[in-house]
Design a protein. Structure first.
Lengths: 346, 346
DNA sequence: TGTTAGCACTCAACCCCATCGAGTGCTAAC
DNA sequence: GTTAGCACTCGATGGGGTTGAGTGCTAACA
């Protein structure tokens, strides 16, 4: 007969994990026997632990050592915890996001807050704004050889681009171009602006010089440009707090991943995909549950935020598997709420 | 009689340092005896080494160990090397800076190149543009409650700022303001734009509403804003290649310094100051020669670059004291030249 | 049938100690 | 001035014993 989880096993497993989260040391039967309200002898605990090991929830690093939670064990714990504790509105009042006028500053700030409050490494991506609508385009002449294009997207995200021109454009032409671009493109979402539309505009521009065509191309390019998501990280050095991550070359790998950001990109797409599929809110990846190679010894907790309609980004905490999941989830949730309301409420 | 440096001592010291740079292990007399063209017995070398130690150029970590270079020893080596080898135009052709249209992208790229080519950590600051001239200001109405100001500085650096306004401004007013700001401010260096001038403009704006006054203030503020220098780092994980930096909590400190960037700021001002004082080109700080606390176990090699008239920034390599100074200096010089010519030549 | 006490066993961690060898400083001879 | 020789130092390495936390198993108990 297959072994089954009962109440007592659950309690013991939880006690083991709790203890391990604190100490980072393998937990023995005696410890559980004494420091739990179960009032069972160590021998009984041993029997149960033996079962739990067989079921795959805990692991013995070597004979004659205590047990540590396996990925499966953590998973069980996290799932139970997530279900139970929807309570406790966090009270970290010191963690207030100030609205920075530069979005990048805001994100850097949030990353720092996350890292500082949790003592783990943190990252946050810039919001992806595909679905956002173009609000306003402004071309102006800077000097004989360059045109400035400013593009404002809903949510007041700015982009600018200096466009080099081979021959000067007179003010009239620029005015005309401005009008043309605005009438055609305003109100459209970035996704709706395609090649056909651009060609149409070029035709209507009437004067078929290369210069004008290249300006329009440059504008179109600038509009599409911000596909590249920015990733901000903070608290990389926090991983030195956890010996199990600092061993061997692990630290180097993790630091590298945080710096290179390419691998983090995979994490992002993984998260957003999961999010699409319905799992919503806070997600937890334990050890090998994430596909990112250098994070196999870590746990990653992610959350999405939505600054404004269609401007969704993602933030996450990266730490050891023995992470204080509750605190991390709380912290993420708090920040998530703050970000969500930041631009909307005003 | 004080001990003096002679040719043979110099050669021996150089051999010690060279060897130590390669191996990272204390160097014994026998090694030098065999692997140098001096053809001296180990005993003779020992005598000389004893002298060198007394003079402070080398250190014995403990009795019965070989010698390692002291900060002073490195300094001697570096000075000699810098004098000797002004030769060898580097030939790292693969290290080509591509002109990115975003300055920040360019700088990130350079930081990566530096780190990748040297296997040390690298940083680069954004250029400081105090002395640069204002080229063009553009105000435009984004919606009822915000005005966008775009400021172009010589060298085509862009700044923008969204200015919230309490009441809508009509297009005429904005046009007028544009004209006013441009006629008064264009061609002035950022330093020349002072409070008096701003007041003058406000007066001339005629209509003494709070709204207009606040817009002008906001523009002035945006002009002054870019004092904050950005610092880009790369290759932090390279320090894991050098055990002497990875010991204890050193790694954590260094990584933290690279991430926090505040300490790096000190480094920057230190460098720029030294530069002012005449020492020009490549500078080397060995161990305690830098004032930055977390870098006492490192060497820092810095160089300044000048993208365009008045746009000077600084880049540096951070690695162990046993750094390949020649290669690093070469790399910096190459990149320096590339950056210097990037915007000018065109 | 579940719980417990007792006991033999395992094994990493620690300390102690002997050995090894790279390296030195000194001295005497060339 | 250079070198050979030698005694000495001391970190590194590795074997061997001890310790202690922890286990699994068994037999007795409720």
């Amino acid at each position: 007969m297959a072994l089954e989880m009962d109440e007592r096993k659950t309690k013991i497993l939880e006690a083991i994990i709790r203890n391990y989260l604190e100490t980072g040391e393998p937990v023995g039967s005696r410890t559980i026997s004494r420091y739990s309200e179960l009032n069972l002898s160590s021998a009984t605990i041993r029997n149960e632990m033996s079962d739990l090991e067989e079921m795959g929830y805990i692991i013995q690093p070597h004979t004659s050592a205590g047990r540590i939670p396996s990925d499966k064990g953590y998973r069980f714990y996290v799932d139970r915890m997530m279900a139970d504790k929807e309570k406790e509105v966090s009270e970290m009042k010191d963690m207030v996001v100030e609205k920075a006028d530069q979005l990048s500053e805001l994100l850097k700030q949030v990353a720092k807050l996350l890292a500082f409050n949790t003592n783990y490494a943190a990252m946050i991506t810039s919001p992806q704004i595909h679905r956002n609508k173009l609000k306003f385009i402004q071309l102006s002449k800077v000097d004989e050889s360059s045109i400035l294009a400013v593009i404002v997207v809903e949510g007041n995200i700015l982009k600018n681009k200096l466009i080099p021109v081979s021959e000067p454009l007179d003010n009239d032409t620029i005015l005309k171009l401005n009008l043309l671009l605005n009438t055609h493109l305003n109100g459209l979402s970035l996704e709706e602006i395609n090649l056909g539309l651009i060609t149409l505009i070029k035709e209507q521009a009437g004067i078929h010089t290369d210069v004008i065509s290249s300006v329009i191309d440059a504008v179109a390019e600038a509009i599409r440009a911000d596909e590249n998501l920015e990733i901000y990280t903070s608290g990389a050095n926090n991983i030195f707090r956890y010996p199990e991550l600092t061993d061997n070359s692990r630290a180097s790998e993790i630091i590298n991943a945080l710096e290179e950001k390419k691998e983090l990109g995979e994490l992002v797409s993984e998260t957003l995909q999961a999010e699409e599929e319905g799992s919503h809110g806070i997600q937890v990846y334990i050890g090998s549950e994430t596909k990112v190679g250098s994070m196999q010894d870590c746990s990653v907790v992610t959350a999405t935020y939505e600054l404004d309609e269609g401007m969704r980004g993602m933030m996450s905490i990266i730490g050891p598997k023995r992470m204080d999941y509750e605190k991390v989830a709380q912290t993420l949730k708090t920040l998530q709420e703050q970000l969500d309301s930041l631009y909307r409420k005003k």
